[in-house]
Design a protein around this ligand. Sequence first.
Ligand code: OFO
Length: 162
Amino acid sequence: MKISDAMVSAINDQIKAEFDSAYIYLAMSAYFKDAGLDGMAHWMKKQYTEEVEHAEKFIAYLYERGARVIIPDVAKPKESYTDALEAFKAAYAHEQYVTSRIYKLVDLAISEKDYATQSMLKWYVDEQMEEEDNTSSIVAKLEYLGGDKHGTYIVDRELASR
Ligand code: OFO
């Protein structure tokens, strides 16, 4: 069964969202590097790499379906944050936003009875659950610390091992 034009266009939009996510995290990595929080910079750099992989996975899927891939412009990400908590809160909110986008893709695939796309999207549904869990648990730790520098340093060390 041929993939619909609406589905191809929605997946191309999601490819852009994944590259935008990658850039947001690369900018957060640069912010943490500048702040001397190397563990957080490393964590965000890994996240950047994962987002590029998410985009590439969608690209590979469109190729597999014989559809046209459009390589998008990437939005300029925010450069600076007040502190680590603000940055990780932004990352968590961003992941919630991406989850809502993935759910809309699932809704579209269901409405079109596009079972292949539904099956492919299952991986993203699971991945989003993990991404939200990862970011929200770091937010919870930083909130608990309430800006304590020693504690933030320990979290930074912990995130270096990702
Ligand atoms: Fe691609 O999962 Fe985060 O944004």
